[in-house]
Design a protein around this ligand. Structure first.
Ligand SMILES: NC(=O)c1ccc[n+]([C@@H]2O[C@H](COP(=O)([O-])OP(=O)(O)OC[C@H]3O[C@@H](n4cnc5c(N)ncnc54)[C@H](OP(=O)(O)O)[C@@H]3O)[C@@H](O)[C@H]2O)c1
Length: 292
């Protein structure tokens, strides 16, 4: 794969894969509200190709991003996929009306994986996350059955690894007692650290932790995070941007964190990948205590 030789924050295991820590989340490539096609299709394709050219070897997606649109863009931009490219998807939510619904039953999860393979034009995904609807709901037999559906898909070679998303530490502990888990994707960023216990558990077990919304949940939370005075001050001191410091804070926090920030533009993609070159010092770490 042609790339510019940057390390992109080093690498970490994603099951049998080893990926660079600065990756890319493709959700923003759908239309507004994650519906339909993007506003600028050509730029979406260019963003994906620029990511691959820059050395990104971990792309996060979902069949329900734009109802297949994002997977089809990934296919158009990058197929045939280079050997080292880990495409990770998720099942358990629906795109019926753009809303995230409760995880489906085992056969729906299986169909969800197959739909991803078709739209991506792939025979195997590096990993698929079981997306849990409510992390506060204690895991029980339904969770076990859903997990078993992903384990079967792994045994049949459709996916390389099983991941979890939007989970509590309880889900993780219950899941690892049943099978190998290669990654966990939870909401986590410098202003919202409610998943800290899950991150810690992942780190102790050598499981990749992949924060979604690393720049904050859309809306007020993201605006607050990106305009936080502490972030701006540290950014100015380190000659970086606030976005880069928010991402560098994650890379600095634990070696098992893999980044998948999302963007529709090559300019933001370049800015986000360059966050891997930003080094925090002790003063920055101490100053980065943001209001959630
Ligand atoms: N498992 C789950 O339930 C779940 C949920 C949500 C997301 N995800 C995954 O996580 C990935 C990341 O989350 P996310 O995309 O929701 O949130 P995010 O990466 O925290 O933020 C994306 C938003 O920030 C903006 N942005 C990105 N880079 C920027 C920059 N350098 N300067 C200014 N603004 C910038 C983007 O706008 P522009 O397009 O204008 O750059 C976009 O609006 C998604 O792509 C998806 O793959 C998973």
């Amino acid at each position: 794969m042609p790339w510019n030789g940057r390390e992109l924050g080093g690498s970490f295991a994603l099951g049998p894969w080893r990926v660079r820590r600065a990756g890319y989340g493709a959700m923003q490539l759908a239309g507004d509200g994650v519906f339909g096609p993007p506003r600028d299709r050509d730029e979406a394709l260019r963003v994906l190709r620029a990511a691959a050219t820059a050395g990104v070897d971990h792309i996060d997606t979902a069949q329900y991003y734009g109802a297949g649109t994002v997977n089809e863009l990934i296919r158009e931009a990058l197929h045939p996929y280079p050997d080292g490219l880990a495409i990770v998807s998720k099942v358990g939510a629906s795109d019926a009306r753009g809303a995230v619904l409760r995880p489906g039953e085992a056969d729906e999860l299986r169909h969800g994986i197959e739909d991803n393979l078709v739209t991506l034009g792939a025979t195997r995904l590096a990993a698929v996350n079981l997306r849990v609807m409510d992390p506060a709901e204690p895991p029980g037999s339904r969770f076990d059955a859903q997990l078993a559906a992903l384990v079967r898909a792994r045994e049949e070679g459709l996916i390389g690894g099983v991941g979890l998303s939007n989970i509590s530490r309880g889900h993780l502990v219950r899941a690892v007692a049943q099978t190998e888990i290669v990654c966990v994707q939870n909401l986590f960023n410098v202003a919202d650290q409610r998943s800290r216990d899950v991150l810690t558990e992942c780190e102790a077990r050598g499981i990749a932790f992949v924060p979604f919304c690393p720049l904050g949940m859309p809306g007020a939370a993201r605006r607050r995070l990106l305009t936080d005075p502490a972030l701006a001050e540290v950014a100015a001191r380190l000659s970086a941007t606030p976005v880069q410091v928010a991402l560098a804070w994650l890379l600095d926090l634990a070696p098992n964190i893999l980044l998948i920030p999302g963007t529709r533009t090559r300019a933001h993609l370049a800015e986000n990948l360059a966050a891997a070159d930003v080094r925090l010092d002790d003063a920055a770490r101490a100053d980065l205590v943001l209001q959630s």
